[in-house]
Design a protein around this ligand. Structure first.
Ligand SMILES: [Mg+2]
Length: 282
């Protein structure tokens, strides 16, 4: 796809946008700011293969099941975890099994992921692990710059909200989200990134001005938030950050973000100053 690079940077500009108007920025969390849950696929995929093997009479091989699981987990990444578990239940049913409630699979997944995440969280809390390598490079500095300009920042994650709040504070970024920290709820229908974005737009519009899409910037590494941004005419920055999973999942992240409609693609925030200068006409 044709695109330009911002002068002397690796920042890809895919579409001409109206710059200089941004007042609100919504961030995704995992993969955009936080690397604490990096490698979660290494827990989810084996769990699902195990469920398909033990809860159905399938004759498919381990490899065949892995291909199927990797495919749908990858496709549903960025939505709340429960959607991946709903697909698992469907796959079990398709193979003649009687699936448990998707929430039961989600709880089991969280239980298995916990030791991995917990080790990092405990290390952060105890100060034996530094937060810096667990943040997407220069994401903290990017947030600091935005808040220094009195831009409102919001966090919207598909991970459960209580985890997101705790992890954001351990990474030292929580205080910059003056607009709020939002995440998945057990009653999953009460949360989606689109709902948070709608709420922000309603808030903006209620301040007696009309809302223009160029006031809102959405930054994320998932196609879901990029699509959400495009639905409301907001500016979308796709973060094609590197993933640490053994299945080579999301290897085409950059292409996916572009397909979803990202206006700009970055790898991380190391050129955050140049990006801010561009977005704010500085
Ligand atoms: Mg993400």
């Amino acid at each position: 796809m044709e695109h330009l690079f911002l002068d002397n940077t690796a920042i890809e500009i895919h579409r001409e946008i109206q710059t200089g108007n941004i007042r609100h920025v919504v961030f995704d969390f995992d993969g955009t700011i936080s690397l604490i849950r990096d490698g979660w696929q290494n827990v989810m995929v084996p769990l699902m293969i195990e469920c398909l093997q033990t809860e159905t009479d399938t004759t498919e091989t381990q490899e065949q099941l892995e291909t199927i699981v990797v495919d749908f987990v990858d496709r549903l990444t960025g939505k709340q975890t429960i959607y991946q578990m709903m697909q698992l239940s469907e796959e079990i049913e398709k193979r003649g099994g009687t699936p448990k409630e998707p929430l039961a699979y989600k709880d089991e997944y969280n239980r298995r992921l916990l030791p991995v995440v917990e080790e990092r969280i405990a290390g952060l809390a105890a100060g034996t692990l530094s937060a810096d390598p667990l943040r997407v490079p220069m994401s903290l500095e990017f947030l600091q710059s935005l808040r220094g300009m009195e831009i409102s920042c919001y966090l919207a994650s598909g991970t459960d909200v209580e985890f997101v709040k705790n992890e954001a504070s351990l990474l030292g970024v929580a205080e910059y989200f003056n607009g709020g920290i939002f995440g998945a709820l057990r009653e999953y229908k009460k949360f989606s990134k689109a709902m948070i974005i709608e709420k922000i737009i309603t808030d903006i519009a209620s301040t007696a001005r009309s809302y223009s899409g160029s006031e809102l910037l959405i930054v994320g590494d998932g196609y879901v938030e990029i699509e959400n941004a495009k639905e409301v005419g907001a500016i979308a920055v796709g973060v094609a950050s590197v993933e640490g999973n053994v299945y080579n999942m999301n290897a085409d992240k950059r292409e996916r973000l572009i397909r979803a409609g990202a206006d700009i693609i970055i790898r991380d925030f190391r050129e955050g100053t140049q990006l801010i200068n561009y977005l704010f006409n500085l």
